[in-house]
Design a protein around this ligand. Structure first.
Ligand code: PEP
Ligand code: MG
Length: 321
């Protein structure tokens, strides 16, 4: 890490006029936490738990999962550790689940859609996370939500997991925050309603951009369309953050957009509370935020929201920032 970045490690991501944004890390295993803290992460904003399920021949049981989550939570030293329930399907197949071939896996049987149909998978995972919550500060995050009713079903599962843990005499945290990824246009549009049920939003722009722009996130032939500064995407993000603020919950982002320093300035101006990214991106995002005032960032945001084209916005930000 460059020396001037290393010097930022213990400094907050705060603007020149005192607006703070939490910078957290995206991780795939508990072994990533130490590295994340070294880069100055203030916790984990996305633990992609599907990695606990991958690279093996069978479903990890509650105990295996508990060990993996507990290690990550403990290493966070009292900082928040947001564990996302498994996001299998889409671009992450898992042979032992025997998911039938699908023509459109990104629009198919994935993430919470699998969890809600497979209690044999979902309950042990929730129990393991709730138990890990005893060793620090934990959030449960649900991927691919499109409506309120899915979230209500998730909450029923969580209650069931708590009842089972109580019967089994296993210690668990009762106060775990439960939030959702906002990564579908439907969820983003419905955030004013969803905000009444959830404890937090984390915007997953990797999928939100793909679904909003009908643009496969991995297709290089159309990568010129895949732009997180597209005005339609920016409006959904602004709406999500505003919904959170109006309902007294926090909103963060854990998609790749969060690691773009120019985007971070816009997001801060929109009122985002937290940005979660791959650890090595933290210093440059922090540096950008520490070198601007929120007043200036809001002026830039106002200009950007008047623009009609994502490429124009991207070029404008590259020039002005
Ligand atoms: C996202 O969609 O932005 C996200 C963080 O989830 P994933 O990349 O794992 O789909
Ligand atoms: Mg996603």
């Amino acid at each position: 890490m460059a020396a001037h970045y290393a010097a930022l490690k213990d400094l907050p991501a705060v603007t020149t006029d005192g607006v703070k944004v939490e910078l957290m890390a995206n991780i795939g295993t508990h072994m990533d936490v130490d590295n994340a803290l070294n880069y100055g992460a203030e916790g984990v904003g996305l633990f992609r738990s599907e990695f606990v399920f991958m690279g093996r021949q069978d479903i990890p049981n509650e105990e295996d999962q508990f060990k993996a989550y507990k290690e990550a939570v403990e290493k966070c030293n009292g900082n928040l550790c947001v564990i996302r329930t498994m996001d299998i399907g889409g671009d992450k197949p898992l042979p032992y689940l025997n998911i039938p071939h699908e023509d459109n896996p990104f629009l198919g049987y994935r993430a919470v859609r699998i969890s809600l149909q497979r209690r044999d998978l979902f309950l042990p995972q929730l129990k393991a996370i709730l138990r890990a919550g005893k060793f620090g500060k934990v959030g449960i995050m649900i991927p691919m939500i499109i409506n309120v009713s899915e979230f209500k079903k998730v909450k029923e599962f969580i209650e069931e997991a708590k009842v089972e843990l109580t019967h089994e005499g296993k210690a668990f945290a009762d106060d775990v925050q439960v939030g959702i990824m906002v990564e579908t246009p439907a969820a983003a549009v419905m955030t004013p309603v969803l905000a009444k049920y959830v404890d937090f939003f984390s915007i997953g722009t990797n999928d939100l951009v793909q679904y909003t722009l009908a643009c496969d996130r991995g297709n290089i032939n159309i990568s010129y369309l895949y732009n997180h500064f597209n005005p339609a995407v920016l409006r959904l993000i602004q709406r999500t953050i505003t919904s959170a603020r109006e309902n007294g919950i926090w909103a963060g982002m854990c998609g790749e957009m969060a690691s773009d320093p120019n985007a971070a300035v816009l997001l801060m101006a929109m009122g985002i509370h937290e940005l979660s990214m791959s650890a090595p991106s933290i210093p440059r995002v922090k540096e950008k935020i520490r070198n601007i005032s929120s007043t200036k960032a809001k002026e830039i945001l106002a200009d950007v929201m008047k623009m009609e084209d994502g490429d124009e916005i991207k070029a404008y930000l590259a020039k002005i920032l």
